[in-house]
Design a protein around this ligand. Structure first.
Ligand code: ADP
Length: 511
């Protein structure tokens, strides 16, 4: 285990992925070498066992032959049949033949001395038998002595071969046991080495790559976050650097694109402003002309009315110019902790004077929802949305304002993109967010109007009532928070705006 820790430490300090992979390869080569060695070892060990079995078979045969000698020897002493004597001789020669033919198998073995002993004993046995035959059939003192000697030598021969056969059997069994144990240990060691190498490769090579894959996937789904891969490998570091550089470039281009888009909409706005300013200016000019023409003779009541009109139109022009300035100026965003419930309370207070008595406003905003945001900008966005809802429902109806942490799933936002409904912004999957819903029971938005409602200066309201900048500004503000907005509406079915503000702000800090 200690060795493994040391290897891991060494591998960790390798600063290149290639080195680690090479180390892994070396590990697998070593493994392959071990497997080949084990196979060779198994092969030779099996050959050795085979040889031992062959020797065992020879010894067993030897033992059987000596038993036969003893059997015919007994018969001979019992019945004095010459045929039995001949059998004894034949089997004794067979012992010699066996020892002769197995000389190669027996050479160098531990039982060589016993084999030599059997050879000698068989020779003695033969000589004694020949002497016995020569002494004749009569039972004399000499033949009795010879018979006893023969029996003893025969017994010795059987005892030796029996001992040899037993010892060989034990030897084969021990060899097999040793072989089995060696094989099992080798297989266990090999498997362990394989697991360790695989684990090391996966920990040191696959893991950073997997992490990188996840980061890249997040980027491909639209998040331009810098990736941080916890690895010291030179390849991963350089890929990460190149990738982060690419993200930087992308961000820069995106900003440039946004700026040019903003410039384009500024152009559109300027055209719109010029057009919009034209009305109050011509009204002012008309009122001034009337006043100039009727100076001195003018009815004070009419003069007052004209002056009021000039004041009203000047105020309208001022509003238009302020909206333009608000849009064009790169205002520093002032972020502070903003309690959403309190913010909506203030907004509804601003609109109290414009809320007809038969309009019911229901709010469901948990007090604990707090955002890190520019209060004034958020107020402006919600004010525009609620004002639109109030204007849509007229004298009686209902407005529902709700907020929740992840009240909507991302799918519900995405699903809206496919329909006639409008979806704007870039909401990423899996980002923690506050979802705000503003719903009204008004007449809804006709299908042909829906795609244009976020465009600057698009309005369906009468001249002087709407400038068509409300939703455009709402979208601008939502975008500042990397959020998204969707609208779900149909003629005669009311309107619902969903706004998602991610808790992770654009600069990456959590709100
Ligand atoms: P304005 O309110 O000055 O017209 P907006 O950008 O706020 O400009 O809205 C654009 C248009 O979207 C409105 O003129 C109106 O037709 C439509 N609209 C916005 N909100 C609603 C709503 N809640 N119900 C019905 N129509 C709406």
């Amino acid at each position: 285990m200690q060795l493994m820790a040391v290897t891991l430490q060494v591998m960790k300090h390798q600063s290149s992925l290639r080195q680690k992979i090479t180390l892994g390869y070396l590990g697998y080569y070593a493994l392959a070498f071990l497997i080949i060695s084990l196979s060779l070892f198994t092969y030779f060990e099996l050959r050795l066992i085979e040889q031992k079995i062959r020797v065992g078979e020879r010894i067993a045969e030897l033992f059987d032959v000596t038993l036969e000698i003893r059997r015919f020897e007994k018969n001979y002493f019992l019945y004095r049949q010459i045929a039995d004597f001949q059998e004894v001789r034949r089997y004794a020669s067979k012992v010699d033949e066996l020892l002769e033919s197995s000389a190669a198998d027996f050479s160098g073995l531990a039982l060589e001395p016993q084999i030599l002993k059997v050879k000698n004993e068989v020779r003695v046995y033969r000589a004694l038998m020949a002497e016995y035959l020569k002494a004749g059939a009569a039972e004399t003192r000499q033949t009795e002595l010879l018979e006893a000697q023969i029996r003893k030598v025969g017994k010795d021969i059987v005892a030796i071969t029996e001992g040899m056969a037993g010892a060989e059997r034990l030897l084969i069994r021990a060899t097999l046991d040793k072989f089995r144990a060696t094989l099992l240990i080798s297989i266990a060691l090999l498997s362990l080495t394989m697991i360790v190498i695989g684990w090391m490769l996966s920990r040191l090579v696959a893991r950073p790559l997997k992490h990188m894959d996840r980061c890249v996937e997040a980027v491909s789904s639209g998040r331009l976050d810098r990736i941080v891969v916890p690895s010291e490998d030179s390849e991963i570091i350089s890929i990460t650097q190149a990738f982060n550089h690419m993200i930087g470039e992308l961000e820069l281009r995106q900003k440039r694109l946004l700026r040019s888009e903003k410039l384009a909409s500024l152009g559109t706005m300027l055209a719109g402003v010029a057009h919009e300013l034209n009305n109050p200016l011509s009204n002012i000019s008309l009122s001034c002309q009337i006043l100039l023409e009727e100076v001195g003779s003018c009815d004070p009541e009419q003069g007052k009315e004209l002056l009021e009109q000039i004041d009203e139109q000047t105020e309208r022009a001022r509003k238009i110019v302020r909206a333009l300035l608000d849009f064009a100026r790169d205002k520093p965003v002032k972020r502070e902790r903003v309690a959403l419930a309190a913010l909506f309370e203030d907004v509804l207070l601003f609109l109290k004077g414009e809320t007809p008595p038969n309009v019911r406003i229901i709010t469901e905003i948990p007090a604990e929802i707090v955002l890190q945001a520019d209060r004034r900008r958020l107020e402006q966005a919600f004010l525009n949305l609620i004002k639109n809802a109030l204007e849509a429902i007229g004298e009686s109806g209902e407005i529902y304002i709700g907020a929740a942490r992840h009240r909507l799933t991302n799918e519900s936002f995405v699903a809206k993109q496919g329909h006639d409904n409008r979806f704007l912004g870039k909401c990423y999957p899996g980002v923690e967010a506050i979802d705000i819903e503003i719903r009204d029971s008004g007449p809804g938005i006709p299908v042909d109007v829906l795609p244009r409602i976020f465009d600057p200066f698009f309005t369906t309201k009468d001249v002087g009532r709407g400038m068509g900048l409300g939703l455009f500004i709402v979208y601008e503000i939502v975008e500042e928070y990397n959020g998204c907005i969707s609208v779900d509406s149909e003629s005669g079915r009311g309107t619902v705006f969903h706004i998602r503000l991610p808790l992770e702000s654009a600069d990456g800090s959590r709100q």
